[in-house]
Each structure stands twice: as structure tokens, then as C-alpha cells.
Design a binder for this molecule. Structure first.
Ligand code: NAD
Ligand code: DAU
Length: 352
């Protein structure tokens, strides 16, 4: 018995695979294209572990996906693979359309063909879990209630529009073809192995390298932060007990403005890795022009997953962010490699 994880060399996928195997889960077939965001170093802890089978490939490659399904016969497919960075989607939406929409379509088609080869018992047990985002719901005003699963889809960036389209495809494959799907819509994650293009690791990296800490607009945009390990336990709970065709919102009950997040990071770094000149890292904060179409506020109402599946986040922001800063301080080589491009050179040579 195996499960397949797509995008398992990225930030959340790698955390998921490591946690899954540590918790005694079945062997994982990890299917990842290794884009700039995918990094085998994230999976170094699993080196030599026969329960981790890594295959480099594209979810948009129907034939390869189907071959992997029929070879390994996974009892579940967890789809993390995506282009995930909003700013990149603004500069070049094409890859987002290709992977998040077209890629998900090909993966679903491969699942449909795989299901045709299943016994009745395999079909009953099988699950396709699609990992999505709260950004599909659009932007909230400061006093609006948090997003529930019934909120209308109002995506505003090419990234969120592509994720919304993938959610709709997943829903349609359940409704039309009976594919046993589950969808999760999660808020902003932070934690180990996050690529330093996203707010929290970017700020840590820039602070330690004496660079400006660029805050978009007025810094008052609000996000609902969740420690990545809590996202992983939520996904396991949905896979184990989620009702077919349902969606589950996942969030940290932890709304914070960007400027408050960055102040918190600066204060932790001032204690853990003080600047040589004795000044606070806060002096590196710089306000820069806003992201086009910048969503003002996201907030997740995670009542459904709590009541239906008994899931709640374990980390508070205070504990999670301290662990995260510590991880980045202790893993300078990792951050050096992902920011220097040396890692990509290594993969190109290794997989030539
Ligand atoms: P990431 O960018 O760190 O990793 C994405 C991974 O997918 C990489 O390993 C990459 O190589 C792989 N990939 C990209 N295109 C692929 C393709 N065509 N075929 C196979 N693999 C491909 O992303 P992340 O932050 O880990 O996000 C994972 C998933 O969770 C995404 O679907 C994202 O939309 C969703 N999500 C992210 C957050 C967050 O805060 N980061 C929050 C909610 C939901
Ligand atoms: O809400 C879930 C989403 O969270 C995920 O679906 C996305 O994959 C993930 O990237 C994240 O999207 P955001 O756009 O919210 O994350 P990001 O880290 O890029 O930005 C967080 C906030 O910080 C946002 O309001 C923009 C702001 N920001 C970001 C960067 C990179 C800055 O002010 N300065 C920056 O340099």
C-alpha cells in the first residue's frame, strides 16, 4: 500500500512527507517536477529511506502519472503540486495556468483512467485530496466575518484564479465521474523549508544579510498564519475522515498585519542574533510600492474541520514563529544553497 504526494519537494509537501512517514504512514511516491521551488535538500532526512520513492516529473504528464499509478497502486493521491507565489503570478501567469489548471486536469484524467483498473474494494478506499488556498475566496474588509466553506469564490490574482479553477475541476470530477475527492483551503503557512520569496523567510534572510525589509503598501494587509506542521496534521485528518466531495477550511485563528509579523521577526532576531552595531533589525524596514491587486485581508473560519474531524492547530504564533526563526538560524547552508542557485546546478548535473 502506498500514497502518492505531488509537489512533495516543495515547502508544505516536504513537511507533509516527512511528518507522514514519521507518524508511521504508508510508503510515499513523491512526484515533483523540481521547479525552482522544489528542492531535494528538503527531503535530506529521508535519504536512504525505502519508504520514500522520489520521481521527478510533471503532473501535466498524463502518461507518466498513469504509469506511476498503475505501478505503485496508491490508495490516495495528495495534490500539493502548484506554482504558489502570487508575485510571480503577476509577472508571468502562464506557468500558473499550465500547472495549476492544465496540470491538475491531466492529473485528474490519469486518476480517472487509474480508477478504471481498480477493484471495487480499491475504489471504495481511494481518495484524491486537493490542497488549495484561502485566496480563492478573495479579499475581506477588516470587519467582515472570516471565510467559511460557503463563501463565494472571488479570486483576484492570476495565482488565486488558477487555484480556484483547479478547485472547480476537482469538484466537477467528483460530481460528473464520481472521483472520490476531498479539498482543503488553507491560510498562510510558515515554518521550515519555506522558499525565501515568501514574506517570513524573505524577511529573516534579508534581515540577517543587512538588506532592506520591503513592506508592500502600508503594511496593514492581514493574513491568518498557520504553522506548517499544523497544516500537515489537518490534511491527515481530512484524508482519514473527510466526507467525499466536501471542502474543509484550515486556518490558525491567528490574524496579523504584515507590519506586526515583521516587527515580531525583528524582535526575535534582535534577541537570538543581534546585529553587531547593536541597532534593531526594525531599522531595516522599508515601505515599497504595493503589490498590484493586493488582497487586504484573509481570515479562515476553521469551525467545520474542528467540529467534524476534531482538528485544531497546536502551535500558537508565538511558539511557531520562534521555532521557525531558530530553524533558519540553524540552517544557513540550506538557505545559502537555495538563494545562490547552486542547488539547481547540482540537480541539473545529477539528473542530466
Ligand atoms: P511550493 O512552491 O513551495 O512548492 C511547490 C512544489 O510543487 C515544488 O516542489 C515544485 O517543484 C512542485 N511543482 C510545481 N509545478 C509542478 C508540476 N507541474 N508537476 C509536479 N510538481 C510541480 O508551494 P507550497 O507553499 O509548498 O504550496 C503547496 C500547495 O499548498 C500549493 O498547491 C499551494 O497552492 C497550497 N497552499 C500553500 C499555502 C502557503 O502558505 N504556502 C497556503 C495554502 C495552500
Ligand atoms: O493565503 C494562502 C496563500 O499564502 C498561499 O495560497 C500562497 O501560496 C502563499 O504564497 C501565500 O500568499 P501571500 O501572497 O499571502 O504570501 P506572501 O508571503 O507572498 O505575502 C504575505 C503578505 O506579505 C502579503 O500581504 C504580501 C506581503 N509582502 C510579501 C512580500 C514577499 C510584503 O509586504 N513584502 C514582501 O516582500
Amino acid at each position: 500500500m502506498t500514497v502518492m504526494v505531488t509537489g512533495g519537494a516543495g515547502f508544505i509537501g516536504a513537511n507533509f512527507v516527512i511528518d507522514w512517514l514519521a507518524a508511521g504512514g504508508e510508503p510515499v511516491v513523491n512526484f515533483d517536477k523540481l521547479t525552482y521551488a522544489g528542492n531535494l535538500e528538503n527531503l535530506a532526512a529521508l535519504k536512504g529511506n525505502p519508504a520514500h520513492i522520489f520521481v521527478q516529473g510533471d503532473i501535466g504528464d498524463y502518461a507518466e502519472a498513469l504509469k506511476l499509478f498503475t505501478t505503485h497502486r496508491p490508495r490516495a493521491v495528495l495534490n500539493f503540486a502548484a506554482e504558489s507565489h502570487v508575485d510571480r503570478s503577476i509577472h508571468s501567469p502562464g506557468e500558473f495556468i499550465q500547472t495549476n489548471i492544465v496540470g491538475t486536469y491531466h492529473l485528474l484524467e490519469a486518476v480517472r483512467a487509474y480508477m478504471a483498473t481498480m477493484s471495487a474494494a480499491e475504489k471504495t478506499a481511494f481518495r484524491f485530496l486537493h490542497v488549495s488556498t484561502d485566496e480563492v475566496y478573495g479579499s475581506l474588509s477588516f470587519d467582515a466575518p472570516a471565510f467559511t466553506e460557503n463563501h463565494t469564490y472571488e479570486p483576484n490574482s492570476p495565482y488565486s484564479a488558477s487555484k480556484a479553477a483547479s478547485d472547480h475541476l476537482v469538484r466537477a470530477y467528483h460530481h460528473t465521474y464520481g472521483v472520490p475527492v476531498l479539498t482543503t483551503n488553507c491560510s498562510n503557512n510558515y515554518g521550515p523549508y519555506q522558499f525565501p520569496e515568501k514574506l517570513i523567510p524573505l524577511m529573516i534572510h534579508n534581515a540577517l544579510n543587512g538588506k532592506p525589509l520591503p513592506i508592500y503598501g502600508d503594511g496593514l494587509n492581514v493574513r491568518d498564519w498557520l504553522y506548517v506542521g499544523d497544516h500537515c496534521t489537518a490534511i491527515r485528518a481530512v484524508l482519514a475522515g473527510g466526507a467525499l466531495g466536501e471542502t474543509y477550511n484550515i486556518g490558525g485563528w491567528n490574524e496579523m498585519s504584515n507590519i506586526d509579523v515583521v516587527h515580531t521577526l525583528c524582535d526575535i532576531l534582535d534577541r537570538e542574533a543581534p546585529r553587531k552595531d547593536g541597532a534593531s533589525y526594525r531599522t531595516q524596514i522599508t515601505f515599497v510600492p504595493d503589490r498590484p491587486g493586493h488582497d487586504r485581508r484573509y481570515a479562515i473560519d476553521a469551525t467545520k474541520i474542528d467540529h467534524a474531524l476534531g482538528w485544531k492547530p497546536e502551535e500558537t504564533f508565538e511558539t511557531g514563529i520562534r521555532r521557525t526563526v531558530r530553524w533558519y538560524l540553524d540552517n544557513e547552508t540550506w538557505i545559502g544553497n537555495v538563494t545562490s542557485g547552486a542547488y539547481r546546478d547540482w540537480v541539473a548535473a545529477q539528473y542530466r
